[in-house]
Write a protein that binds this ligand. Structure first.
Ligand code: FAD
Length: 249
């Protein structure tokens, strides 16, 4: 029994990955188990959340007496945090390579600049050059073996915001990015519609890039601590059993 917001694709999913605290008497990163949750059952209710893109990309999931077969534990009981870290690394790699989100359509943004008659504008040219070089850098980063997944994830997040800023200036010079029912005719997950709704979607969606898969700040902390070997953030509750950590009343 419990509730989870931000669950991407829950309306379509037959199974979910669920992290549940199964031991309250060990420190907080221990005592979590990863379970596979059958989504199509009476104890699971999925409520889509409409975002400013016009699409319900993620959902709230309410579990009320939901059932999971006893042996549907991924890895060992109590070892779920380690599993989650591995899963997050895959998610971050996927986002960083553009797999988790639409690839940035650099060529189409250049076409947009052409059709708007702005290719002679030095500031627009500068932005387009930053877009093209950044996209190339992300491609090269993703070709490197063993690169920490937070690096391409951070690049992709920044590049998405830049693309959004450039595109909104070109496609909506008057300042409006939202076209009413922008994705009304587009299937969820199809980010490639050729009309103006695509720009509207991408501009609004870019705000999510620095959150989904872990925020930019958390990626920077991870890189600082795990890659650069900087001191860890202070955590007064480190080592305390979860049951003894002060919580909201
Ligand atoms: C489009 C989208 C899809 C998503 N899909 C899923 C999904 O399918 N499944 C899922 O589980 N989650 C999903 N998420 C949730 C996402 O992973 C979280 O929103 C994200 O990790 C941030 O966590 P939070 O919302 O709890 O923010 P918080 O952790 O409360 O952060 C709030 C703010 O504080 C900052 N902050 C927090 N801790 C630190 C720190 N230690 N140092 C510095 N700054 C800090 C953050 O950077 C942020 O700005 C999705 C989010 C989005 C936007």
């Amino acid at each position: 029994t419990g509730q989870k917001v931000w669950t991407t694709g829950a309306t379509y999913a037959d199974f979910g990955i669920l992290l549940a605290r199964t031991d309250w008497d060990v420190p907080k990163h221990a005592g979590i188990s990863m379970l596979v949750l059958p989504m199509r059952q009476p104890g699971v209710e999925v409520r889509p959340l409409n975002q400013m893109t016009g699409v319900a990309h993620f959902n709230e999931v309410f579990m009320d007496g939901a059932r999971i077969p006893a042996d549907w534990v991924v890895g060992e009981e109590g070892d779920g945090w380690r599993m989650a870290v591995a899963l997050l690394a895959h998610e971050r790699s996927s986002i960083g390579s553009g797999g988790g989100r639409q690839p940035i359509p650099t060529d189409r943004i250049i076409d947009l600049a052409r059709s708007a008659g702005r290719t002679a504008d030095p500031l627009v040219r500068q932005d387009l050059a930053r877009l093209v070089t950044g996209t190339r850098i992300i491609q090269w980063l993703n070709l490197r073996q063993g690169i920490h997944p937070s690096i391409p994830k951070l690049w992709r997040s920044a590049q998405g915001r830049l693309a959004s800023q450039v595109t909104s200036g070109l496609a909506f010079p008057g300042g409006a990015a939202w076209l009413g029912d922008p994705m009304g005719t587009t299937e969820p997950g199809d980010f490639t519609s050729a009309d103006g709704s695509h720009w509207s979607y991408g501009i609004c969606d870019s705000r999510a890039h620095s959150l989904g898969g872990g925020t930019d700040e958390v990626q920077k902390n991870t890189l600082g601590e795990r890659v650069l070997g900087l001191p860890r953030e202070p955590a007064p509750d480190r080592g305390l059993p979860f049951s003894q950590i002060p919580k909201n009343a």
